[in-house]
Design a protein around this ligand. Structure first.
Ligand code: PHE
Length: 493
């Protein structure tokens, strides 16, 4: 086979950290706290944990076993399950590739803000600063304008960082993650402790966690819980499959999956304390309610947090810590997506690692330029929605059906148990065959239904077509073409 020399993780710890690094990312600090508050606070946590146990962890175990037991990156391992479906592995990593194109741009914003923190450059009006000075946001998705030079420079730096982090694949990642996973945790802890000492902090926390049990009857809450679990675990993009393929034979799977899944959930939960304590403080000094300062997405990190920093002692230091945290949280997620692509290409085409790595990086960088333009935020928003929800559910559904129904899942379960400290029971088979596909299918149908009714975010339908449907179609068509090569490669084996 065209593997060249097989590279493994330095040790088990390196794998666990790398997988945790991929799982914890912007989703934990931005999305989770906001979604948790929106869907009933403490009640959402219950739904989240249930979704994690009945669908998230089984899918994670499935992806680990695909990579480690069946062997290879997403196209190879899925191709080994059924040659006809190698395209699915390609689709997963092509979608992941699109995600990195904009994930790196958000990191470029954070890199710019790291510099701005030193002088608190946003001044008294962080909102205008973000939208006008930094993004130069135009008033329509088709008013594209030119790239913003500081964002472009940030993007070059981020891509150099990504490419170097996976230079020798798992070997380099094994070293890098000791810093890029532990450092953001350490900073998060500092921000939580600092945050909780601020006046008004507990009002924010109460807002975050006060359970509204009746919310559990709302189907939307369950939809949000499953969505968050899937996205946060980095499943459905071929990342966890590729990472597990660098594990030596006989490695533990189940215990590792539990450690990784629970660390991810815990990081999100703790992240909420950092975010909401600061929001509680800000609400108090502004004399408004927490609801009024509550924002999700870009606003939270690039408008609200800078506004809060203005009022803190040691503001520039807090700013630097915060943006270093965002950058180090995001980098392992970004390079895990790239590594999944690089591993996939190398296995099927026998290409050289360095060249593949650089080529993938440059291509993603070039596509990313669109998000550095004055309409960039709009395009980023649409692509994000279609890739991280829609495509993810489609892949998760097909992956679980394929392995669950066309493969001897019972045998796979025994193989997993042979090398795992904790054994999985028949519940795992039931989850892979029924619960995961059902959950993913329902999410998929709800998403499509919603989009038939109205375009995402009120954007024009043509924009939705260009940034949503066409990339997905592209991922399928290119996937099918490349899948043929993978099937041929496997034939020769
Ligand atoms: N799990 C990451 C987050 O929560 C995002 C991600 C998705 C990273 C898929 C890699 C692959 O931010």
């Amino acid at each position: 086979m065209a593997f060249g020399e097989k590279v493994y993780w330095d040790n088990r710890m390196a794998f666990v950290l790398a997988a945790i690094g991929s799982a914890i990312g912007l989703g934990n600090i931005w999305r989770f706290p906001y979604i948790c508050y929106k869907y009933g606070g403490g009640a959402f946590l219950v739904a989240y944990i249930i979704a994690l146990i009945i669908a998230g962890l089984p899918l994670l175990i499935l992806e680990f076993s695909l990579g480690q037991k069946i062997g290879g990156s997403a196209p190879t391992s899925i191709g080994k399950v059924s040659k006809k479906f190698a395209w699915l592995g390609w689709m997963a990593i092509i979608v992941g590739f699109f995600i990195t194109t904009y994930y790196a741009v958000i990191m470029s914003w954070a890199a710019n803000y790291l510099v701005h923190s030193l002088s608190l450059a946003w001044g008294d009006d962080p909102r205008t600063f973000f939208y006008t000075n930094v993004l130069g946001l135009s008033d329509g998705i088709f008013k594209i304008g030119s790239p913003r030079i500081p964002l472009l420079i940030g993007l070059v730096v981020v891509w150099a960082w990504i490419i170097l982090s996976i230079w020798k694949g798992a070997k380099t990642v094994s070293k890098v993650v000791y810093v890029t996973v532990t450092l953001p945790w350490l900073i998060l802890l500092i921000l939580v402790i600092g945050g909780l000492t601020l006046p008004g902090a507990f009002k924010g926390i109460a807002y975050y966690l006060t359970p509204n049990w009746s919310a559990l009857l709302n189907p939307e809450l369950w939809q949000a819980a499953f969505t968050q679990v899937f996205f946060s675990l980095s499943v459905g993009f071929g990342v966890m499959i590729a990472y597990a393929s660098f594990l030596p034979p006989k490695s533990d799977i189940v215990n590792n999956a539990f450690i990784i899944g629970l660390s991810d959930a815990a990081t999100a939960f703790v992240g909420g304390f950092a975010v909401f304590s600061a929001l509680g403080y800000y609400a108090q000094i502004q004399g408004v309610s927490v609801a009024e300062v509550m924002k999700s997405g870009p606003e939270l990190a690039f408008v609200t947090y800078p506004a809060i920093i203005n009022h803190l002692p040691l503001g520039p230091l807090v700013g630097v810590l915060f943006f270093v945290m965002l950058l180090t949280l995001a980098i392992d997620s970004a390079f895990s997506l790239v590594e999944a692509v690089v591993a996939g290409v190398m296995e099927t085409f026998g290409t050289n690692r360095t060249k593949t790595n650089i080529a993938v990086g440059i291509l993603a960088f070039l596509i990313g330029i669109i998000y550095t333009t004055t309409a960039g935020l709009y395009w980023l928003d649409v692509v994000d929605y279609y890739m991280s929800y829609f495509a993810l559910f489609a892949v998760a559904f097909l992956e679980a059906v394929l392995v669950g129904w066309l493969f001897d899942t019972e045998k796979l379960r025994r193989q997993i148990n042979e090398t795992s400290l904790v054994h999985i029971g028949r519940w795992w088979v039931i989850s892979v065959r029924i619960i995961v596909p059902l959950a993913a299918l329902v999410l998929l149908v709800l998403t499509i239904g919603g989009r038939i009714k109205s375009a995402y975010g009120g954007y024009p339908r043509t924009a939705e077509l260009i940034a949503g449907w066409i990339p997905i179609l592209f991922a399928i068509v290119l996937g099918v073409l490349l899948g043929k090569s993978t099937a041929k490669m496997l034939q020769k084996e």
